[in-house]
Design a protein around this ligand. Sequence first.
Ligand code: DUC
Ligand code: ZN
Ligand code: ZN
Length: 471
Amino acid sequence: MSEFDLVIRQARVATASDCFEADIGIRDGRIEALGAALAKGRQEIDAAGRVVTPGGVDAHCHLDQSMPPPLRMADDFESGTRSAACGGTTTVIPFAAQEKGQSLRAAVDDYHRRAEGKAHIDYAFHMIVSDPTPTVLNDDLPSLIRAGYTSFKVYMTYDDLKLDDGQILDVLSVAREEGAMAMIHAENADCIEWLSKRLEAAGRIAPRFHAHSRPMLVEREATHRAIALSELVDVPILVVHVSGREAVEQIRWARAHGLQVHAETCPQYLFLTAEDLGIDDSYKGARCVCSPPPRDKGNQEVIWNGLNDGLFTIFSSDHAPFRFDDPEGKKPGGQEVPFRHIPNGIPGLETRLPLLYSEGVLKGRITLSKFVELTSTNPAKAYGLHPRKGTIAPGSDADLVMWDEGEFELTNARLHHAVDYTPYEGMKLKAWPGLTLAGGEVVWDGSNFHPRAGRGRFLSCGTPSLRPQSR
Ligand code: DUC
Ligand code: ZN
Ligand code: ZN
């Protein structure tokens, strides 16, 4: 009997702390051994000269999330996890969103039904708390955290989701009590509403005015307020989808004052600018409408610096998939609508890792270990999935990516999501996943997707285990 199910030979193994050459021995879906000249496997893959990283953990993506009619997300748990796997991501953490008036438990049960039997890769859930009733605060939230839903998102904007400061203090107190991770969407709702009404009254309704309705001060103010609320309760927070300088400055200020404020950013803040929402009134810009909006080239540099110097903990996609030419998507009811009615979000599950590997690692902006830390290890730690996920070590799940280097044109035709566009159409990349293993099984071989809906299991999350920030 051979010792391993699969051996990957002579890989350049990259973890968040080291890069070294080793064979990787896999059995029963887990990594069993790392070392030189491991015994034979029933199957062998030659990785000589190739980088192998842990499978990506995309800790911020929206799949099959309930939307007000006529809107509908293009990706469900089947197509979303297919696309993720083909882009090197082996774990996703989408949201179980509570609707106002709904119990939090009912929301979690609903999203389990949506995922059941569909996912090709493992998944967990963050909760979205939109209605923190006494029952939610005293019963549902604490017991769901103890049951393996150890993170939740709160919104400071969007009418159907936003909480006021008192409500945010209430849910942060539960996070502190139970050791959960609170993610905060930081934009000032009243400023957005005030600006949107004035823009609309002046006839400025094209997609590009979305960016005018959410200037950076709107994000800066809310980021500072979120930091102050977390300071008052004395609990760590994670500020999601940070877009540029002014929010970064608030987070640096918080760190300098010894506050535990973690931060996430996303590809759209490295590779898009407000001009992608349109330089004229063309509706094409609706494709890139997301919140916060992309900023400018100078802000892209601020984000790159923050990725390199430790300001950012996590790099996620914020995949929020709406088709462009679709009455359920960016043209609600078949109409080109004023900017404030365009569904917010862009696709990015499959492109997150190749974009950062190609433009970050291969252009010398971040190290390979930093890439692993931001895209896999830290999200796994932040949401209580490490060391099962997020690293290459004996005992960890055999979730691995082997990288191809060469010339790759990023086109929507290459991708496996259900969206009819990518914001990055035509970009020339230098790397793409050549192989993705999930639980030791090949799900993507560089050319073909190997489907097995239902292969992905639900992951119950443990206590967040990020180390405290030192600056
Ligand atoms: N902004 C969010 O907060 N969520 C989904 C998409 C978006 O643009
Ligand atoms: Zn958000
Ligand atoms: Zn989001």
